[in-house]
Design a binder for this molecule. Structure first.
Ligand code: XMP
Length: 516
C-alpha cells in the first residue's frame, strides 16, 4: 500500500523537513528516516531514491552518524547533500577533511561535465554553501560534474552506480537551480512519477479511514476550528458521515464569533453531528484569581479534558478518537519511520487529550505536511477562512490577557482583536503573516478624550504580527504603517476602555510569540 517514496535520511540538518517538502512539492512522496536505517526497512517502504541530508558532524569522527553500508548497494539512486555527500564519498574511499577555508553563503557553480543530474542547468549558476569540511581526495570511483572557486568537488557522481554528492544546498531558495537539480534526481534518475497530489492523498486517506471504521463503532473528533482539526473532521465526514460525531468546546476564551462560525460551517454547511458544549462559566470559574501563565495553561488543560470526557460519554458506541496530528509532530516526537528522537521539541499540550480516555486513535493527517493538509482542506470544500487560518493557542485569549482573566477583560480584547484581523485582511496582509493578534495590558495610561483627561479604566492593546515558518523562531512584521494607523484609530474609537494601542517590535527569541 506504500506509495513509491523518496527516503530522506536525517543526519541532523535543520533542512531535513524542507528537503522532504521540496520532494513532495514535485508530487513525489517522501519519508524521513534515521541516519542508520537498514536497506530492509527502506525496501518495505517502497523507496525508489535516497537523499542523505547535511548535518553538523564531521564524517571522519568516530562518533559521526554513518549510513548503513548496504544502502549504496541497493541499486537505488542516492543523493548525498553536504555532510551526506562526505559520508558517502568517505565510505567509498574518498578523503574528507576540515576545509582550509570554511564556505558560507552564495558562490558560483561552474558545470564541468554532462549528466542527467545537471541537465538544463546553465554553465554557471549561483549556489548556497554552508560547510566546514570538504572532500579532498575523490578517489578513482567518482567523477566531478561541477565546481566552485573553493570546492573543486562541488557536485560529483560515482562512475558506475547512481550515487551522487552535492556539496552545496539545493533545497534552499538561495540556490536558484536547486529545484531543477532535485527534479532531475527525482524524475530522470529515480524515475519517480508525480502522483502524490491532493486528489490521490484524499482518496487514499478516505479509503484508509473506511477500512479502520468497518463495523458499528463510532468516531469522535474534537473540533477546535483550527486547520488541522477541521480538515480531520471534514475528511472523516467524507469517509464515514454516519459514524462521526464532533465535539466543540466553547471555553469562553475564544475569539469573537468563533463558535457561531464553527456551527455555521460544520453543522450548517457539512450537516455534521456537532455537539457544542458551552463550558465558558466553568473555565472562567477555574481561572478566577489566577495570574501565573503556566497555571492558566494547566487549569485550562485539565478543564478541557474533564469537559471532553463528560461529553464523549454521551456518545453511544464511540470507540475511536480522531486527532489532527501532522507529520512534523510525528517526526519531532520521534515516532516517525525514522524511529529516532532527533529534534525533539517540547510541545505545548494544552488542548490535547490523554491516552487514558480509552479510545483508539485515528490520525488521518499523520503523514502530511501543513501545506498538504491545506490542499486537501480546499478539496474537501472547507472555506478559505478555515484553510488559511493562523494557529490559535489552546488556552486561547487567556494567554493574551496579562494577569487575571475576567469577563470584562475578555469583552475588551475580543472586539479589539477582531478589528486587528479585519484590517489586516482588508489590507491583503493576512496570508503574509504567520500569526496576528492583540494582547490586553490591563494597566492604565493617561489619555485625553473629548476635553478631559482619561485615566481610570483605560487600558492598552498591544498588536503583535509575526512571520515564522516553524514557530520556534519568529520575526516581527514590518507592516505597512497605514494598517497600524487604521487599527489604532478604530480600536480607540470603537472599543470603550482602550485609549492606547502599541505595536510589538520584538522577535523570538528573545520574546515568545504569545505574551504569556
Ligand atoms: P510561543 O509563545 O511559545 O508560541 O512563542 C509558539 C506557538 O505556539 C502557540 N502556543 C500554544 N499553542 N497551547 C497551544 O496549543 C499553548 O499553551 C500555547 N502557547 C503558545 C503560539 O500561538 C505560537 O503559534
Amino acid at each position: 500500500m506504500n506509495p513509491p517514496s523518496i527516503a530522506i535520511l536525517d543526519f541532523g540538518s535543520q533542512y531535513v523537513q524542507l528537503i522532504a517538502r521540496r520532494v513532495r512539492e514535485n508530487q513525489v512522496h517522501s519519508l524521513i528516516f534515521a541516519p542508520n536505517v537498514s536497506p530492509e526497512i527502506l525496501q518495505r517502504h517502497s523507496v525508489i531514491g535516497i537523499i542523505l541530508s547535511g548535518g553538523p558532524s564531521s564524517a571522519y569522527n568516530h562518533s559521526a552518524p554513518q549510513p548503513h553500508p548496504g544502502l549504496l548497494n541497493m541499486g537505488v539512486p542516492v543523493l548525498g547533500i553536504c555532510y551526506g555527500m562526505q559520508a558517502v564519498c568517505q565510505q567509498l574511499g574518498a578523503k574528507v577533511q576540515a576545509a582550509a577555508q570554511r564556505e558560507y553563503g552564495r558562490t558560483t557553480l561552474e558545470r564541468t561535465a554532462d549528466d542527467p543530474l545537471v541537465r538544463h542547468l546553465p554553465a554557471r549558476t549561483t549556489v548556497w554553501m554552508s560547510h566546514g569540511d570538504v572532500v579532498t581526495g575523490l578517489g578513482e570511483d567518482f567523477v566531478t560534474l561541477a565546481r566552485t572557486p573553493h570546492s573543486p568537488f562541488a557536485l560529483v557522481r560515482h562512475r558506475s552506480r547512481p550515487l551522487y554528492g552535492i556539496q552545496f544546498h539545493p533545497e534552499v531558495t538561495h540556490t536558484p537551480e536547486g529545484a531543477q537539480i532535485l527534479r532531475n534526481f527525482l524524475f530522470d534518475i529515480c524515475n519517480a512519477r508525480p502522483t502524490w497530489n491532493a486528489g490521490n492523498i484524499l482518496d487514499q486517506a478516505v479509503e484508509q479511514i473506511r477500512e479502520r471504521l468497518r463495523g458499528e463503532a463510532h468516531v469522535i473528533c474534537g473540533l477546535s476550528g483550527g486547520v488541522d482539526s477541521s480538515v480531520t473532521a471534514a475528511l472523516l465526514h467524507r469517509a464515514a458521515p454516519d459514524k462521526l460525531t464532533c465535539i466543540f468546546v466553547d471555553n469562553g476564551l475564544l475569539r469573537l464569533h468563533e463558535r457561531a462560525r464553527v456551527e455555521a460551517i460544520f453543522r450548517g454547511h457539512f450537516r455534521m453531528d456537532l455537539h457544542v458544549v458551552d463550558a465558558s462559566k466553568r473555565f472562567l470559574e477555574r481561572l478566577r484569581g489566577v495570574i501565573d501563565p503556566q497555571e492558566k495553561r494547566i487549569r485550562i488543560g485539565h478543564e478541557f479534558i474533564d469537559v471532553f470526557r463528560e461529553e464523549a460519554a454521551r456518545i453511544p458506541n464511540a470507540r475511536f478518537l480522531a486527532q489532527g496530528t501532522l507529520y512534523p509532530d510525528v517526526i519531532e516526537s520521534g515516532h516517525s519511520a525514522a524511529g529516532t528522537a532527533a529534534n525533539i521539541k517540547l510541545h505545548h499540550n494544552v488542548g490535547g487529550l490523554p491516552a487514558e480516555l480509552g479510545f483508539e486513535l485515528i490520525e488521518p493527517l499523520r503523514d502530511l505536511f501543513k501545506d498538504e493538509v491545506r490542499m486537501i482542506g480546499e478539496l474537501l470544500g472547507l472555506p478559505e477562512e478555515i484553510v488559511w487560518r493562523h494557529p490559535f493557542p489552546g488556552p486561547g485569549l487567556a494567554v493574551r490577557i496579562l494577569g487575571e482573566v475576567t469577563p470584562e477583560r475578555l469583552e475588551l480584547l475580543r472586539p479589539a482583536d477582531q478589528i486587528i484581523i479585519e484590517e489586516l485582511t482588508a489590507a491583503g496582509w493576512y496570508r503574509k503573516v504567520a500569526q496576528a493578534f492583540g494582547v490586553l495590558m490591563p494597566v492604565s495610561s493617561v489619555g485625553v478624550m473629548g476635553d478631559g483627561r482619561a485615566y481610570q479604566g483605560q487600558h492598552v492593546i498591544a498588536v503583535r504580527f509575526v512571520e515564522s515558518t516553524d514557530f520556534m523562531t519568529a520575526d516581527w512584521v514590518h507592516i505597512d504603517p497605514n494598517v497600524l494607523s487604521r487599527i489604532s484609530s478604530r480600536i480607540t474609537n470603537e472599543v470603550a476602555g482602550i485609549n492606547r494601542v502599541v505595536y510589538d517590535v520584538t522577535s523570538k527569541p528573545p520574546a515568545t510569540i504569545e505574551w504569556e
